[in-house]
Ligand binder design. Sequence first.
Ligand code: GAR
Length: 214
Amino acid sequence: MAEKNIVILISGRGSNLQVLLQAKLPCRIAAVVSNRADAGGLEIAQAHGVPTAVIDHRDYADRDSFDAALARLIDTFHPDFVVLAGFMRILSAGFVARYHGRLINIHPSLLPAYGGLNTHARALQDGVRIHGCTVHFVTADLDHGPIIIQAAVPVLCRDTEQTLAARVLHEEHRIYPQAIRWLCNDRIELRDDGRVIFRYRKQTSHALISPGLE
Ligand code: GAR
C-alpha cells in the first residue's frame, strides 16, 4: 500500500492540525494551506517542517474563483485526502465534487444537530445533556456528509460556552487522528449510497447517559 499524501486546510489557531502533526500518522502531510495569513496554525506547521501556503479569499471576486484557485494550489501537492481542520469557508459544490470521497471535516457538534456556527452556545441554549463532535466526509450539503466517527460528551450544569468547548475540543483531538489513520490505512470506504463502511473495526456498546443514573 503506497503511503498516502494529505493536505490540511486551516483558518485559525490550528489545535487539530497540531494533534494531526503529532500523531505519527501513516501518511505524508504534504502541505498546510490557510485562507488567512494570520492563522496561528501556520507557525505550528512550520515548526514541524511542513510546507505552508496562504491563499486569501479576499483576493478573489467570488466563491467560485477562490475555490478554483484553492483547488489548483491543493492539486500541486497531489493529495489523496484533503483534511479540513478549522477551515472556516463554505466550499462550492464544484470544489466538493472534485474531492468526492477525499474531503474530510471535523465539526464541533453531534451532526446532524447544530451544523453551522456557535454550536456550543446553541447546545447550551437548548439544554441538551449530550453534545460532542463529528468527523465526516464533506458533501455539498453543509455539515451533513457521511459520518466517520463521533465523540459524545456530557453537558454539565455549570457549563459555560468555554468549558463545554474545551470538553468537546479534547475529544476532537482524539477522534480526528483516528479517522485520518483509518483513511490512510484503507480501513474506511465511502459507498456510492453515501454509507461509510469499516473494515475490521472493533465496536463498543457503552452508553453515555447524562446526567448519570443514580
Ligand atoms: C474546531 O473546534 C473545529 O471543530 C471547528 O473549528 C475549530 C478549529 O479549532 N470547525 C468548524 O466549526 C467547522 N465547521 P483549531 O483551529 O484549534 O483546530
